[in-house]
Design a protein around this ligand. Structure first.
Ligand code: HT7
Ligand code: ZN
Length: 872
């Protein structure tokens, strides 16, 4: 496989101004006629060849300016690309190709799902539809005509605005779509089939009437309300916050149950995984509800950050993804509780991105090279990318950031640009030198931050010294210091906030202030400090770093007193983590882990204050996750961590039983199901209480909740606790759930996931049985993720079973899946790459399975890249 390098970028040899596509849809033999108005790119070398990407296309004919091209003028290479020999400076190239969407199990290009047609072109799927310079810096205007059977495909959709329809030969009909905005090929979309729509309207602030449609399979119409509502709120928010208005007459969303990712932002025709569209109280959890809001917003926001202004090449992916994640995070924060949103986002970053940054696939937010670009749709590009945008936002402030966005869009509209263009706009709008921030884009690894302080009572002076360092990552052995904004405050001995005045400042400031750490080590001197203060650092998690070494006593103090809710939550988590890691060490020595009564005290205090903000209380009540704990150990011990965490939950459940039971009772829902923030928070808190009570032995409470539940959140919370319990209630509940939901694919995914994550002695055997279950389908990415992904990432104690059977199960599944869908196989193999974090005995077993995958003939290049880099 070929490695693509960022430094090798060269402009495209030819540009395509206009594209006319004609589809004649057939599951086994779809015909695609493409007419491309090509011209030599003045910015490219004058003798650069005319090469059009293609993959698996059967060429029927090719014409140049109307004349058939003889075989000696065009050649299809081994990689499937079409090269035109002796190309003209400009001309119209027409190709006719045949493809078989029903055989497309990779779900990239044009494929069928449930008899309907869908496309997925990002990153390089358009070349599986027609010959084209399939790279984001070739932007064209598209006219698309679709012809298909009227009965089988009454609905024919593409990008842009509708531009005519009519009857064709036989039982066919056709529809034409014109997209007035130039776009790269990865944003092309076609959807056709027997679909129904939920319709609504939105009037933009300048008065454009936009028709909104969500297209789903018959029977799913009544589960689209939340997605539609989220869309309208996103459209209004982007106008209010960024002044960005929608720019077409229609906005279509089509939902499909076979989809490789969450959703896709194709211009005017978003394609969504059904998981992020369909929701009813009975079938979707609160988490699903929030996921829909986030993903709908994210895809909508891409209309400006990604579509109108796109990426020059795939190394710039975070230009659109990091920025758009930042925008969707801000949207959700504005819709609900900003503090709880930030806590959840940081939890997500630590669970997925921190380990990636410390593992074999560690890469900068802007990678230097790749073999398969699909492997780089990562937490680093998305979540860390969003954190880097947030760093810039923090550094220059919201007003300058908004001016920077205006400048970025105005200057780069309808162009394919780079991360430098984004940073330059922010720099110009703010007047602040941001050049050092480029380091965040180009240096991999999570910086470690440590603080040391000194108080001089005579001078009433407090000195805070901050130090940073970043561990080496593959290909980047030496790291340089990065600019780290540290939002902070000082607390007096009574917990009250102290005003802060840095040496050289005239007046003290109250509230949070931001220090900028630019060097490896820097000291900040505060004057007029009346008593030794407690520093509160990294408020709102102002930088994606690991803050280390905060003394336990300070953590306890901050967890109670700090004004910043993130630091309060974080200090509680770090305190619990440090206690739990000690317990793990004791367990490893064969000693009974002791119990720190402060943990039970914290639970009692949280419950006592929970009424004010139940969602925050639920976050505060959750113990640090197993992955978070493993990430802090030099050598992870997933089995010991799991046992300690479960034991601690049981002990807290016993010690705090009465308070937990009282809270559980008082939080019971009385009225109808509601999805406002407070109701979601109350359910989360009640289910957190249930978790402790069941851990302490009250499985009957979970069964009672399961039997009585009228919404999926409560039903699933109870079922996931029962799935760990060796009681007949477990089988009864699982069977009842399956019987009730067997016809609903999204809920059945949950049934698989819950069992995949269950802690039971026969976990591997249970996995093998589920894999062989008639409802399991390896071809469906949601189902494959629900079982295989949930096990490998969500059941560390059994995935890392000492027998190595968990690893073998994963490798077997990856080997079976790779020829069907290499992109999903490559994603699923990830957890095996973390072998360096495990003890040598486990590491050897993991490596053996990676090698077995690597030895498989005809491996996809994505799986090859992941397995081979993991073994380096
Ligand atoms: N931009 C979209 C990425 C995406 C994708 C990438 C590779 C293979 C399949 C895919 N489906 C969607 C989604 C987003 O970030 O908005
Ligand atoms: Zn995106």
């Amino acid at each position: 496989p070929v490695t693509i390098r960022r430094g090798d970028y060269a402009p495209p040899a030819y540009l395509v101004d206009e594209v006319a596509l004609e589809f004649r849809l057939d599951p086994a033999a779809t015909l695609v006629r493409a007419r491309l108005a090509l011209r030599r790119n003045p910015a490219a070398a004058p003798d650069a060849p005319l090469r059009l990407d293609g993959e698996g296309l059967q060429l029927v004919e090719a014409r140049l300016d109307g004349a058939v091209l003889p075989p000696d003028r065009c050649r299809i290479g081994e990689d499937g690309a079409l090269t035109l020999l002796d190309p003209p400076a400009a001309g119209v190239l027409e190709t006719l190709v045949r493809i078989a969407p029903e055989s497309n199990t990779a779900l990239s290009g044009l494929y069928t799902s449930g008899g309907n047609y869908y496309t997925q072109c990002e990153a390089e799927g358009f070349r599986r539809i027609t010959f084209f310079p399939d790279r984001p810096d070739v932007m064209s205007r598209y006219e698309v005509t679709i012809t298909a059977d009227r009965t089988l495909c009454p609905v024919l959709l593409s990008n842009g605005n509708p531009a005519g329809s009519g009857l064709g030969d036989g039982n066919t009909h056709w529809a034409r779509w014109v997209d007035p905005h130039p776009k790269p090929s990865y944003l092309f979309a076609l959807v056709a089939g027997d679909l129904v729509n939920v319709a609504d309207r939105f009037t933009t602030r300048s008065g454009r009437e936009v028709a909104l449609n969500i297209w789903v399979r018959r029977g799913d119409e009544d589960r689209c309300g939340h997605a539609m509502d989220s869309l309208k709120r996103s459209m209004a928010w982007d106008e209010q916050v960024f002044g960005l208005e929608y720019d077409l007459d229609v906005f279509n969303i089509a939902a499909v149950s076979d989809f490789n990712m969450g959703a896709m932002e194709n211009k005017g025709l978003n394609v969504f995984n059904t998981k992020y569209v369909l929701a009813s109280p009975e079938s979707a959890t609160d988490g699903d509800w929030q996921g829909i809001e986030t993903v709908v917003a994210h895809e909508y926001f891409h209309n400006w950050t990604g579509n109108r202004v796109t990426c020059r090449d795939w190394f710039q992916l975070s230009l659109k993804e990091g920025l758009t994640v930042f925008r969707d995070q801000e949207f959700s924060a504005d819709m609900g509780s900003r503090a709880v949103k930030r806590i959840r986002d940081v939890r997500g970053l630590r669970a997925a991105q921190f380990p990636e940054d410390a593992g074999p696939m560690a890469h900068p937010v802007r990678p230097d090279s790749y073999i398969e670009i699909d492997n780089f749709y990562t937490p680093t590009v998305y979540q860390k990318g969003a954190e880097v945008v947030r760093l810039i936002h923090t550094r220059i402030g919201p007003a300058a950031f908004r001016r920077g966005m205006d400048l970025y869009i105005a200057r780069n509209d309808n162009q394919a640009v780079t991360i430098e263009d984004f940073v330059a706009a922010m720099q110009e709008a703010s007047g602040i030198d941001l050049s050092a921030f480029m380091g965040w884009y180009d240096q991999a690894g999570t910086p470690e931050l440590a603080a040391e302080d000194r108080y001089d009572p005579e001078a009433r002076r407090y000195t805070l010294t901050l130090r940073q360092s970043t561990p080496p990552t593959p290909g980047q052995p030496a790291k340089r210091p990065l600019p780290i904004p540290v939002a902070m405050g000082l607390l007096g001995p009574d917990g009250a906030a102290l005003p802060t005045r840095l040496a050289g400042e005239n007046a003290a400031q109250s509230g949070t202030r931001t220090l900028l750490l630019e060097a490896a080590e820097q000291s900040f001197t505060f004057e007029d400090v009346p008593a030794p203060p407690v520093p509160s650092l990294l408020r709102s998690f102002s930088a994606p770093v690991r803050l280390q070494g905060v003394p336990r006593e300070q953590l306890r103090f901050l967890a109670v007193h700090d004004s910043d809710p993130f630091v309060r939550w974080e200090s509680g988590q770090q305190y619990a983590a440090s206690v739990m890691l000690e317990m793990v060490a004791a367990a490893q020595r064969g000693e009974a882990p002791g119990f720190d009564p402060a943990l039970a005290e914290a639970v009692a205090n949280t419950l006592a204050a929970a009424e004010a903000d139940p969602a925050f209380a639920a976050e505060a009540l959750s113990l640090p996750g197993e992955g978070f704990l493993a990430d802090q150990m030099a050598v992870a011990d997933p089995v010991a961590i799991h046992r300690v965490r479960q034991g601690l939950r049981a002990e807290i459940g016993r010690r705090c039983g009465p308070a937990l039971r009282a809270a559980y009772g008082s939080l019971a829902e009385t009225g109808p199901y509601r999805i406002d923030g407070r109701s979601i928070g109350r359910r989360a808190l009640r289910n957190a209480c249930l978790g402790y009570l069941v851990a302490a032995g009250d499985a009957a409470l979970a069964k009672a909740q399961f039997d009585a539940a009228t919404n999926m959140t409560d039903s699933l919370a109870a079922l996931s606790l029962l799935a760990d319990a060796a009681t007949p209630a477990r089988e009864e509940a699982l069977a009842a759930f399956h019987a009730r939901w067997r016809g609903d694919a999204l809920v059945l995914d949950k049934w698989f996931s819950i069992q995949a994550m269950a802690d039971r002695p026969d976990a591997i055997e249970a996995m093998r049985q589920l894999y062989a279950h008639p409802d399991f389908d390896l071809r469906n990415p949601n189902r494959a993720r629900a079982l295989i992904g949930a096990f490998a990432a969500g059941n560390p104690a059994h995935f890392h079973a000492e027998s190595g059977e968990g690893y073998r199960f994963l490798a077997d599944a990856v080997i079976a899946l790779d020829p069907i869908n290499g992109s999903i196989a490559a994603r699923l193999i990830g957890p095996l790459g973390q072998w360096r974090r495990q003890a040598p005995s486990r590491g050897a077993l993991m490596r053996r399975e990676l090698q077995r995958v690597l030895d498989t003939p005809n491996l996809s290049k994505g799986t090859f890249e992941k397995a081979s880099k993991a073994l380096l």
